[in-house]
Design a protein around this ligand. Structure first.
Ligand code: ATP
Length: 255
């Protein structure tokens, strides 16, 4: 059984300016342990899809199942990592940010601390736990967000362009780190990006979305390359070209 199932999912927003069909007939099964990158141009509905899986938004058509049960609200079984780092609590240290969800679940202080330290180490920030978010770089804040999400041991990690605001070098470093962490934990990941290279570097499968209105899945491409991935290899370039060819029409406006 798939871990997450999206069955004919649609989302029409209704607001003051009328109705906008952001997503139409989106169908996808996510298997346990896979790293699925959802790729598409700006406004095609990627965030809307992720927000529905997260339970922040409700589909207006179709349904979403997690472990066979309908998703109708946010839950600790889904860990969300956003692009910005505003979701970290400024008044808490990095370590306490990581431990926040554990505290809510009633875990004792010692166990909480040990777990938070474990994930701090996993994201390469051992020794930085006493700093507050304002004392951390953008890349470090994203690492803390990832550690916090993992600490809650969710069934799936939902990542919405988590490296979108970072400079190219930091971004490449964090992509490598995330790939290593995924190989270590085999956590199921749904990762949103509009960066083809990022998708090919990280994913076991890439889903390319068609432009909206009515954004939907246009194709799913398995990326059967070993990790860690060598971006200058012929096989990587071939996969890049395959995905690029699919998204080309979306970028250049043809339908
Ligand atoms: N709350 C909302 N109310 C009305 N329309 C919305 C709302 N949220 C998103 N939309 C519209 O739905 C469409 C899809 O938006 P979404 O944010 O899902 O796209 P995206 O692919 O994630 O874009 P980007 O890559 O630019 O973040 C857009 O046309 C957007 O204007």
């Amino acid at each position: 059984m798939a871990l997450v199932t999206l069955e004919g999912v649609g989302k029409t927003y209704r607001g003051r300016t009328g109705a906008w069909e952001a997503v139409r007939d989106f169908t996808l099964d996510l298997a346990e342990g896979e790293f699925f990158c959802l790729l598409g141009t700006s406004g095609c509905g990627k965030t809307t899809v992720l927000n529905m899986v997260a339970g922040f938004e409700q589909p207006t058509a179709g349904r979403i199942l997690l472990d066979g049960r309908p998703v109708d609200r946010p839950g600790a079984d889904r860990g969300v990592v956003f692009q910005g780092h505003d979701s970290l609590y400024d008044w808490l240290t990095a370590l306490d940010n990581i431990a926040f969800g554990l505290r809510l679940r009633g875990m004792g202080r010692g166990e909480r601390r040990a777990k938070a330290e474990h994930y701090l180490k996993m994201v390469g920030l051992t020794g930085q736990g006493a700093k507050h978010p304002s004392e951390l770089s953008g890349g470090m804040k994203q690492r803390i967000q990832i550690a916090r999400a993992l600490a809650n041991d969710p069934r799936i990690l939902l990542m919405d362009e988590p490296f979108g605001a970072l400079d190219a070098m930091t971004r490449a470093v964090l992509q490598g780190e995330l790939s290593r962490i995924w190989a270590e934990t085999r956590k199921t990941v749904l990762f949103i990006t509009h960066d083809i290279e990022e998708a090919v570097a990280l994913a076991t499968r890439v889903g390319v979305m068609k432009r909206g209105p009515g954004g939907t899945l246009k194709a799913v491409i398995p990326i059967d390359l070993p990790f860690p991935r060598e971006r200058t290899s012929d096989a990587f370039m071939a996969a890049f070209r395959e995905v690029h060819a699919l998204i080309h029409d979306e970028i250049h406006g043809a339908h």
